[in-house]
Design a protein around this ligand. Structure first.
Ligand code: PA5
Length: 435
């Protein structure tokens, strides 16, 4: 198995395959809109061909900058919020050791800022930055978002105090709009290396631009393999017009079919802790793309078996609103068998020599069976293993399926008018001129 697969076998207890097949004309029409760019939001379709149109000169410049910055970094601070940090964080957390923070100096360790206004967080961050050698990548498409602007001001002041203005300048890279915005202005005046977020790529679809690629490369991961995975999935999504041949069409069709049958919540179930940020990125992608006009599956997530001991009860017996999408990994990158213990005081010798993956797979199968019997249909998405190539596939698969699914739902999947509401209130409360 080398390609991501979608299996709807566990949905068929809940509805017939015909009910999913009925959506084929709608998902095909939605796919055409993405390819032809002839529907709402068509000025934000730059992501569709991004994997095959990536600018090699930009990529080479980015790799040179990364090499230079890596030499100066035990830590890199990535400043950004929403689509300006979740993609990078998803890939980095999926690929790095859970204990990477303990090995500072091995590869630059990525920390995040600008995604919160929690004061204690920044106090703790600054106290870390006092002790380590660090660089900063500041990302904002608009260049005017308050949270990253505040965070960058704090980090920039710390850097300039610690390193002096000229050295700080050499440790900062900015990713923003080609022409507009305060960040563009700061980067130009200060002479920071700058990368552009294309106008026609929205924040939540920007992980395969420098927004995601630079931090991912900084953390030591292979962005060429990531792009290759995305390219291969692009080819599958663009060239196949059957549900069986095109996993993105199948996923878009089945989640819309379930939504129409009353499932209002989609729970993304990760089987490994390192998938947590895949879920966070996916929540933004689907929540911001589809949650409008009073419509859309509410994206939620759990990790098994961790959350079976917290949310499991609700999923099994609470309101029957939930469908699940289980994200499975065919093969682990390492094996850890359970040791034998002659005394067997804990009574688990029946598990001896089984690997944790075997045990986890039984937990997953048991969960699927239990949830189906509790009225929760389960879609399975399986990736061969976790590496740059398969994560690249997963990214493009979810993006393409999201565009198809949003058009099938009857909304514009590429705007986010609702995000502005809190900002106006906050600006008024803070006394921003004009509010
Ligand atoms: O997907 C989106 O458009 C948003 O989540 C943005 O990424 C987020 O609001 C940050 O915006 P900006 O990059 O302009 O600072």
């Amino acid at each position: 198995m080398d390609t991501l697969k979608v299996n709807v076998g566990h949905v068929l207890d809940y509805m017939k395959m015909d009910e999913i097949d009925t959506l084929l004309p709608e998902v095909l029409a939605a796919r055409e809109h993405l390819i032809k760019g002839d529907a709402a939001g068509n000025d934000f379709l730059g992501w569709v061909n991004l994997p095959i149109e990536i600018d090699d000169d930009m990529l080479n410049r980015l790799k040179d900058d990364v090499q230079r910055l890596q030499k100066k970094s035990q830590v890199m601070v990535v400043v950004g919020i929403g689509g300006s940090y979740l993609g990078a964080r998803m890939v980095i957390e999926a690929l790095q050791s859970e204990f990477a923070a303990m090995n500072l100096g091995d590869k630059p360790f990525i920390v995040y800022a600008g995604h919160t206004l929690g004061e204690d967080y920044y106090a703790q961050l600054l106290s870390l930055l006092d002790k380590v050698d660090y660089t900063t990548c500041v990302i904002s498409k608009s260049g005017t978002t308050t949270e990253p602007a505040v965070a960058f001001r704090i980090v920039k002041a710390h850097m300039e105090k610690k390193y002096g203005h000229d050295e700080a300048q050499k440790r900062i890279v900015a990713i923003t709009d080609a022409k507009r915005g305060a960040l563009h202005e700061i980067a130009t005046q200060e002479g920071y290396p700058m990368y552009v977020i294309p106008d026609n790529v929205g924040g939540r679809y920007s992980v395969l631009t420098p927004v995601g690629l630079l931090p991912i490369a900084m953390a030591g991961f292979d962005i060429d393999r990531l792009l290759l995975g995305a390219r291969d999935m692009h080819s599958i999504c663009i060239n196949n017009n059957t549900l069986d041949g095109n996993p993105a069409l199948m996923y878009a069709a089945v989640r819309n079919a379930l939504y129409r049958k009353g499932k209002k919540v989609e729970m993304l179930v990760g089987c490994q802790l390192n998938m947590r940020y895949v879920a966070e990125w996916w929540k933004q992608l689907y929540g911001e793309s589809e949650g409008k006009e009073g419509k859309g599956l509410l994206p939620h997530s759990i990790t098994i078996t961790t959350d079976l001991h917290s949310m499991g009860q609700y999923v099994q017996e609470g309101e029957r609103l939930i469908m699940e999408t289980m994200l499975r990994v065919h093969k682990p990158n390492a094996t850890v068998p359970v040791p034998t213990d002659e005394r067997n005081l804990d009574g688990i010798n029946y598990l001896a020599h089984k690997t944790l993956t075997e045990i986890n797979n039984c937990a997953a199968e048991g969960t699927i069976a239990a949830h189906i019997s509790g009225g929760v249909p389960v879609v399975e998405i399986t990736v061969p293993k976790i590496d740059e190539y398969t994560i690249g596939q997963l990214i493009y698969f979810f993006e393409f399926a999201c565009g198809v699914s949003g058009y099938t739902l009857g909304i514009n999947p590429f705007d986010q008018p609702g995000v502005e509401a809190y900002k106006k209130n906050m600006f008024h409360l803070l006394g921003k001129p004009g509010f």
